[in-house]
Design a protein. Structure first.
Length: 156
């Protein structure tokens, strides 16, 4: 007969493996709120890889991080990564960029290649709302840099 501790451990593992998806944070999202990317549009080719990302929000106000005000939040831009867990603070690194000043546009620079971009709204503590508010994931393409051999850089 198995020992009690072995049975309890097996039950714990079974429960952990069958647990449902993560829940969102405790800050309620306003009804019918949306976040979206205004520019660039999906499929856009971005020569040089530098551009202004323009973010939009509908039926939710924008407030800086740390400002706890009903029906507000701030943008987080996710580049080449999946949505994070909705019940935890949104990471802050090269793939998860915080715009806690309440910015609605940001200068982005990407290396050559295909990139995905998505916007996720966070509350005053950088935790997604309930339900979470995120944009459609778009794809942009940064072509390789081409050098113009023999060019003097002057107009003729």
């Amino acid at each position: 007969m198995p020992r009690l501790s072995t049975c309890l451990a097996a039950a714990f593992v079974a429960t952990a493996l069958t647990a449902g998806p993560a829940v969102a944070g405790s800050t309620p999202a306003p009804e019918n709120a949306q976040v979206y990317i205004i520019w660039p549009k999906s499929g856009r080719v971005i020569p040089g890889g530098k551009f202004w990302l323009r973010m939009g929000a509908k039926n939710i106000g924008i407030a800086p991080a740390g400002v706890k005000k009903k029906n507000t939040g701030h943008h987080h831009v996710i580049i080449n990564a999946k949505l994070p867990p909705f019940d935890e603070e949104i990471p802050s690194n090269k793939n998860y960029r915080h715009f806690g000043g309440g910015q609605t546009e940001a200068r982005i620079e990407l290396p050559p290649g295909r990139h995905t971009i998505q916007v996720l709204m966070g509350d005053h503590e950088h935790i997604p709302h309930d339900p979470p508010l995120y944009s459609e994931r778009i794809t942009v393409i940064v072509p390789p840099q081409t050098s113009e051999a023999g060019s003097t850089g002057t107009a003729q």
